[in-house]
Design a protein around this ligand. Sequence first.
Ligand code: F6R
Length: 589
Amino acid sequence: MCGIVGYLGRERAAPVLLGGLQKLEYRGYDSAGIALMHDGALTLIRRRGRVSELQFAEGFLGNAGIGHTRWATHGAPCERNAHPQRFGKVCLVHNGIIENAARLKEQCLARGETFSSETDSEVVAHLIDGEYAKDGDLLKAVRRAARRLTGSYALAVLAEGTEEIVCARMRSPLVVAVGQEGVFAASDMTAVAAAGRTAYVLEDGDFARMTCGKAELFDASLVPVARAPVPLAAERSSDGKGAYPHFMRKEIAEVPQAVRATLKGARIGGLLAQNKVLCQTKYLHIVACGTAYHSGLCMKAACERIARIPVQVFLASEYRYAEPIVPADTLTVAVSQSGETADTLAAAELAKEKGSFVLGVVNAPHSSLARLADAVLQTRAGTEIAVAATKSFNAQLAALYALAARLAKLRGKGTYPLGAFPALCKETLSACENVAAWVPRFAAARCVFFLGRGADRYAALEGSLKLKEVSYLPGEGYAAGELKHGTLALVDERTPVVAVICDEALADKTMNAVHEVYARGAPVFLVTPFRELCRAREVTASVVIPHCMPVFAPMLSVIPLQLLAYHTALAVGADPDKPRNLAKSVTVE
Ligand code: F6R
């Protein structure tokens, strides 16, 4: 989603800002812009489209500036709605949503002010400009304006007449970093990570004032505060795509190491530290969105089977409005790659309010979720650049399966070693070479079904989401036994069906669904460890994956589905790393 960068220091700001924005491109955006301060005057450069459209400004003068990548919420993706937004002497970049923008705008209009964009952010520029005119103190002006805002915001603000950048944070991430070259602000560590710099993560209600060589932090009352410094290493994502044509392909190849590192982290301390809470846990609630929600469903299958603990999985966006019943001794697990997903954060907050212990299963160690949770079980997938989650899904499964195994052990329900999974994932990757050959049937499809029962169904749901995201093909993940209750009406020869069958006890049942779709002309593609099933005349093509305990099988069966989505995206001419309309980190509700 939207990204913020800010810089003030010895270097020329334009190349620093453009470099920072390039690092934020993976989050998804539709316009970009920078503002530079030079000799007390502001210059704005904004464009619809990619950050590369701003490259011509690299040589522009000015040692202070702010930049933004915008993912449109209020107003179309066009130049006048791009950030920075300016009014009077004030210019700002904003992430988040101002919920009372319409009412505030009416007040500005009543004062005779005019607006040049449809954004909620421009309203904030109007408010700050009005306050700044009173005493010329930008920090105080931002604070006074912020008190009138409801909603979420990360702001970086410049004003003519000052040599400083003022930042504010409320429910939208923001860090400031200090290095030899100057001070930086960003909505994402990725944009400022470099060896030798130290970052400070702002808390909700905090303000920051960046001046030459210095970043001062203040609480909501403008009392100076100290926040724990986070030393930054050079960002590993800058390693680029390596030998791979796309980040998505590279990240699928990194599944084994993501799983290995996550399992190791869970063993060393991650879960052992939580024995007391885990011993008391009677119910498990999982809150998450999208792919992370699917990892929660897979956890439900595993945990209920091996630890015999009832698990409820909630879409985080529904949790708040479902008036959830949270009995005593409920452990709430909030699962998120970014740790910044607004709905997941809100659900975790509500679970805490209801007295539940919240365990964050999170990939970004300094994210809002990592700080909000009572404890963190880190997934160690490394930075994930492609918008579609792949290795982070497998890393979530590794963390959640480790949690299920720990709960089972503490309840005397047996031990479930997971150490073989990194090697099994590697073996699965090698078994997937023929998946690219399936693609012509998918690229020409009207609709695609992914079928499974039990844990296989959850892998099917994730496979379907991946395909929709990156290849724009309509499709559904479906319970194999439910198909004939209506949805079978959609199936014909242009409806490829992917069946996931990893549980011997359910294989015959799912094969019944395969017979049904085959009889309607659908080509059938099978993902299974059971070689004999692949010989059935109904099966057009198959991938034979390694055997493992069926409740853990999504860890392996999802890999060919991730690859199928990737290759289909290429076949239909879509960029698998940057699917249209989507953002990597969904920081608004
Ligand atoms: C799908 C995808 C999204 C995310 C969802 C939650 O490939 O990436 O569905 O899984 O937006 O994001 P996180 O895990 O960051 O909370």
